[in-house]
Write a protein that binds this ligand. Structure first.
Ligand code: UD1
Ligand code: CA
Length: 450
């Protein structure tokens, strides 16, 4: 079945009270819009059209960031959902498959539900996604006659009897594109909101002898984000689902409510995630890894059996091989660390490669930035970097080499060599005592004087 997605994302989102277009507020690490696009993408649509208005340039960038083939349709004035779909008309030119209307601010519609709507298209010309609302509030109400949908009444225009109906409109609609476009042409704005309602196409379709039906999904799928409170609620809903999925996949979460996932976090079986761990986008953790408390990971891959943290930060481009140990207060960015290597305490490793079984002493820093450019540090295998070594990149440390604690390493070190670069130690017998006596005497004089 050929499909085209029309994702409505032109609304201002007044209740967000924000300078950022509503659909660009992040949920699980990516814009709300990406969630709607991802659900729709599972149908392998022939075209994806995003209708943008408020902050159109930003919305366009985000949409094309998700899928460079996205077609942008601009709706300069927001005159209603039917008007928004009409704005996608040109982009649908020559397309005769099924158009599916989604909202960019509704992130939880599942691929299964969209699939059911496509199936229902075999019986009905227009298919509307409905749900039984616990609190129907201001949703549009679905008026059914047997398995036929008669019309949708917007809350503002509904009679008290209609308002008593709890079967509500999610906003998602599936309809052959040419029919959708022809129905839209007949929609007027003679209603309480003076808007062109997409929902009016049902009554118009039925009057023209077309069939309209309803697919019902769980209310949780239809949660739309209109305010910061709803954004927080959506985040909580997402996190709850992600935690449950991780545990079902065989991951131990010691305190599930304190662990935060991104939309694409992947964690292997028998990994253990301690309390208060945050995963940003693009993290893959293999089996049997341990992520200890208060660690923050994004854009990284952690292989089997590695231990991270507590209090570690893995930034984008971090690639850890098997059985690596990253300890407390260690930050790693754009670095590849070989199997069995250890960076256990208080270090910054950026733009670096570290070979297998090397040991990086406490307080080591790869000085990767000269104020203008970033440079690479290469550390071979079985290297011992002494505590508080500054590795001024670009620099290479050969296999089996060593650096003395406190060294500032500015040139390459040969394999198996020991590099030291610190002032030789001098010792003055009795000097400490003499110095202290002198200082104490000075303090006593000062106190007497004042
Ligand atoms: C709409 C439905 C209602 C349904 C509810 C579900 C209509 C007339 N009403 O109401 O039946 O129960 O959604 O949440 O369709 N948008 C545009 N351009 C516009 C207007 C809206 O892009 O000119 C976008 C908005 O950004 C939003 C979506 O369409 O993502 C829905 O618009 P909104 O104004 O929130 O519709 P509701 O009044 O909530
Ligand atoms: Ca809404």
């Amino acid at each position: 079945m050929n499909t085209a997605l029309i994702i409505l994302a032109a609304g201002m989102g007044t209740r967000m009270n924000s300078d950022i277009p509503k659909v660009l507020h992040p949920l699980a690490g990516v814009p709300l819009l990406h969630h709607a696009m991802a659900a729709g993408a599972t149908l392998a649509p022939e075209r994806t059209i995003v209708v943008a208005g408020h902050g159109a340039a930003q919305v366009a960038r985000a949409a094309q960031g998700y899928d460079p083939e996205t077609i942008l349709a601009e709706q300069t004035e927001q005159l209603g959902t039917a008007h928004a779909v009409a704005a996608a008309g040109d982009a649908l030119d020559g397309f005769s498959g099924t158009a599916i209307v989604l909202y960019g601010d509704t992130p939880f519609i599942t691929p299964e539900t969209l699939e059911k709507m496509i199936q229902a298209g075999a019986q009905h010309d227009v298919v509307v996604l409905g749900f039984h609302a616990a609190d129907p509030g201001r949703y549009g109400r679905l008026i059914l006659d047997g398995d036929q949908l008669t019309r949708i009444t917007e809350y503002k225009d509904a009679t008290p009897q209609e308002r008593a109906i709890t079967l509500c409109n999610s906003g998602v609609i599936a309809c052959p594109a040419p029919l959708l476009m022809s129905l839209i042409k007949s929609v007027g704005n003679d209603n309480a909101a003076k808007e062109y309602y997409l929902t009016d196409i049902i009554e118009i379709a039925r009057a023209k002898g077309h069939s309209a039906g309803v697919v019902i999904c769980d209310e949780a799928e239809t949660l739309g984000v209109n305010s910061r409170a709803q954004l927080a609620q959506a985040e909580a809903t997402f996190q709850q689902g992600a935690r449950a999925n991780a545990m079902a996949d065989g991951v131990t979460l010691l305190a599930p409510d304190t662990v935060y996932f991104a939309y694409d976090t992947v964690i292997g079986r028998d990994s253990v995630i301690e309390p208060h761990v945050v995963f940003g986008p693009d993290v893959t953790i293999e089996s049997g890894a341990t992520i200890r408390a208060f660690s923050h990971l994004e854009g990284c891959h952690v292989a089997r059996g590695s231990t991270i943290g507590p209090y570690a930060r893995l930034r984008p481009g971090t690639e850890l091989a098997e059985d690596v140990r990253i300890g407390n207060f260690v930050e790693i960015k754009n670095a590849t660390i070989g199997s069995g290597a250890k960076v256990n305490h208080l270090s910054y490793i950026g733009d670096a490669t570290i070979g297998n079984d090397s040991n990086i002493g406490a307080g080591t820093i790869t000085c990767n930035y000269d104020g203008v450019m970033k440079h690479h540090t290469h550390i071979g295998r079985d290297v011992f970097i002494g505590s508080n070594t500054m590795l001024v990149a670009p620099v290479q440390i050969g296999d089996g080499a060593m650096t003395g604690s406190g060294s500032v390493i500015t040139s390459d070190v040969e394999p198996d060599a020991l590099a030291l670069s610190r002032a030789p130690q001098i010792e003055k017998p009795g000097m400490a005592r003499r110095l202290m006596d002198k200082l104490r005497a000075a303090k006593t004089r000062q106190q007497r004087g004042s």
